[in-house]
Design a protein around this ligand. Structure first.
Ligand code: FES
Length: 163
């Protein structure tokens, strides 16, 4: 097996097919970078260095170029995360509306700091930039669900929804 084949084969046939389907709609392979990273992350929970290299190869781009996209796009995780990712917005609208207090309450509730994962591997807590829902500030997103307003008064109830 040559290096090219070996790298491509670290992605599953399903991942490769899903990425190729995205590429088919776009002017060039590199334009599918974010979609490709999302596909890999959905399958594996996060994007390891090896997965990143394999994805870059499939997109005909350098791992460094793809890594810079992955780093810029903060919903791509380059480190292992728990089963659910809790992201508390720390941008200005949320900050002035009590985002810091929300972050503190979430940290206390989960017993972890920003960037950490609970011992049971259930939740990873991360800060995130503006989620584009400033009218609901302060807020957090758990996986793909926004949580804000009166819901935040009962964090036990919020986190119980995520097994
Ligand atoms: S500042 Fe938090 S959603 Fe915009």
């Amino acid at each position: 097996m040559n290096t090219h084949t070996e790298l491509i084969h670290t992605l599953s046939p399903e991942e490769t097919a899903a990425i190729e389907a995205q590429i088919a709609h776009l002017p060039d392979r590199q334009s599918a970078a974010i979609e490709a990273l999302q596909i890999v992350q959905q399958a594996r929970g996060w994007v390891s260095d090896e997965s990143l290299k394999a994805t870059a190869r499939l997109l005909d781009m350098s791992p460094a170029a793809l890594d810079s996209i992955a780093t810029f796009y903060n919903l791509i995780f380059r480190q292992p995360v728990g089963r659910h990712v809790v992201m508390v917005c720390d941008s200005v609208s949320c900050y002035v509306m009590g985002g810091e207090a929300l972050a503190g309450a979430v940290k206390t509730h989960l017993g972890i700091d920003m960037g950490e994962t609970t011992a049971d591997d259930r939740f990873t807590l991360l800060p995130i930039v503006c989620l584009g829902a400033c009218d609901r500030a302060p807020l957090m997103m758990i996986d793909d669900q926004l949580v804000s307003g009166p819901e935040l008064a009962d964090l036990t109830n919020v986190f119980e929804r995520f097994a």
